[in-house]
Design a protein around this ligand. Sequence first.
Ligand code: CO
Length: 133
Amino acid sequence: MNKIEHLGIAVRNLEAACARYENLLGKPAYKTETVEREGVRTAFFAAGPNKIELLEPTDENSAIAKFLEKKGEGLHHVAYAVDNIAAELERLRQAGYRVLNENPKKGADNKWVAFVHPKDANGVLTELCQERD
Ligand code: CO
């Protein structure tokens, strides 16, 4: 894995959270994007070379809605950039990690993404992401 690509934060209201993060970071989101299939709306902020992804559920059955119900707002996942997501998934599977996606799926911000179960990363949902061409 190359680096932390972004941190994902679950929020109940994207507009309110964006206003807060705009003030916190001193600049507006550089992009917002809805991922229909995942039932989320996202906003991305840059802080120097680092990125923050805010995620708001658009569907009460989405993973983010369930997370908010159980844990409330807060850090939802840590995402790592990889060069070859399929190879990394296979490597982790071989090593006994529970991979939540059989195959990488299309995520926000022009990425292929896949997740590793939080129980296999000491309580932190872990995302692998690779730039889509
Ligand atoms: Co993410």
